[in-house]
Design a protein around this ligand. Sequence first.
Ligand code: ADP
Ligand code: ZN
Ligand code: MG
Length: 631
Amino acid sequence: MAIKQKGNRTKQPTGKISLGKKIGGFSQQIVVALVIFMALTWGYSFFEQKKATPTIPLSEFASLVLQKQITSISIEGDNVTAIKIDKTTVKSMKESNSSVLETLRSYGVSTSTLASTTVTVRSERGLSFWGSIIPIILPILFLAFMIWWLARGIKGANMQALSFGQSRAKIIYPDDTKERVTFKDVAGAKEAKEELAEIVEFLRNPKKFIDIGAQIPKGVLLMGAPGTGKTLLARAVAGEAGVPFFHLSGSEFEEMFVGVGASRVRDLFDMAKKSSPAIIFIDEIDAVGRARSTNIGGQGEGREQTLNQILVEMDGFEQSINLIVMAATNRPDVLDPALLRPGRFDRRVTLDLPDRSEREAILQVHVKVKPLAEDVNLKVIAERTPGFSGADLYSLMNEGAILAAREERKSVAQFDLIRSIEKVMLGPERKSHVLTPHEKKITAYHEAGHALVASCLPDADPVHKISIIARGHAGGYTLKLPLDERRLMSRATFLDDIAMSLGGYVAEKEIFGDITTGPSNDLQVATGMARKMVTKYGMSTLGPVALSDEIERNFFAQKEYSEMYGEKIDDEVKRIMEEALGRARKIIIDRRDVLVVIAEELMRVENIEREEFETILIAHGITPKRKEEVV
Ligand code: ADP
Ligand code: ZN
Ligand code: MG
């Protein structure tokens, strides 16, 4: 597999609570309730026991009375409880069918002696007020509590759907310092921040704009690849403006029942209007905002209603209501044009993948909370991560920290970060993936083929690592690093890239006389590139025509070219591929000696880093391409 460094689209967990987790929390709640109940019962009986006081014989009791030690006596059935002068309590038992006073008299206690003590007689079951009421109240209270608790849990999980419509927006209030983010937390994205600074100003000080008759925008659409920080930036706008942030994801509109979406939209807008100035943020709006004509078989009925409701609400509120609707998408091309009309999402902000210096700045943001070793050089990491998005860089830092922690180190070293680049890009190493010696040999020659072709073509990027350790889906990989941050690709680069992609295929064929399933991905990539050259960039003999491949995104859309063109495109793609194949084959055959050396070395060490690879090249008279130092 040949890999041009390009971040994969790892997504971070968004912190939303999934249903499974809710259910987990639910049984947890029952356990907590039970524990509380047991503690209460135990506490109660303990309390009761505490009340147990020494029981003394009646004769002794009588003598205490005679000594005037007793201030009051209370009689409950056969139990006699008395309080002594020193405020302690004693208990005694009388015979069932005689009165205490009579018994005391028979012990010689005179009526006059008794006159100084208070005697209370309580009913047979003479428990104290609380003593009698708690055993009844407690279970009732407990039951009520349980019911409330369970109801609360269920509501959080799926019963929510029953409370129709009720918006499920997550709200971040400006005083929530933990959740709040500002522009400082968003590195790079300078233009986007400038655009949005205006929105912040509108929210902070609408009067200034209204007075002068300026039109305050209602909707802002953030567009950009996944992980470029759209969600983050939207939150930062709210944070900067100090307004509540109502956040709902497009897919959350219709979770349970079709038709809930529209009323959720209504609730969301009502809620936000009440707390204006505010921001409503609809994340991944393409989930509801797809062009309505592309509905297949009425499937998107609910979605359509939701979309209509969004349009109605956006048209509905007055300028004087200080409310900004923000939305994010990575597929602006599929959005319904109605969403983009003036007065709706007419402000559009594009977020690009970060360039080298922006990547460094993003790493810097995420590094703040992590202890770094002295050898860490973020500039080098930024150089080695072209195509990484902000989210990829975030997980790179995180992987680095995990590696350091696993090896019981207190700080993150450069080495950890370097290793994490490949992990984020290709997935974890699959050490358990054991190759047979023959498979290992094939993989080694395959990767050596990519590397050799790349090194011999003038416009291919230099190789910076070759590996035959399986990672993610790749059995082995050859990493090449663009010489510079390219925004424009030339025709020559395309052609060399295609040839390089075919290097593995050719090497297998030349060395083993047979091919494996290994290069299937390479072929896909190469063909894709060739096709784009023809249909999109006008880089073929068909000339400067854009024959957009609508099929890619919309099954029902019409092809924008005739059958005649279709055939020509296929011919042209085939021609480009054949030509590239020929060039790759020539290199592999001419420099078979170098190919063998690289492959043998790979079988021995499994990973070849750039320096070592260049040494091999130089030893065989191939000048390695130098990457100009980035300043
Ligand atoms: P998107 O919504 O575009 O898919 P997110 O806003 O969810 O991307 O970004 C995911 C994470 O990536 C953020 O939480 C943040 O940690 C990190 N990130 C992305 N872009 C940036 C950036 N410009 N500066 C700092 N962190 C970023
Ligand atoms: Zn390959
Ligand atoms: Mg997002």
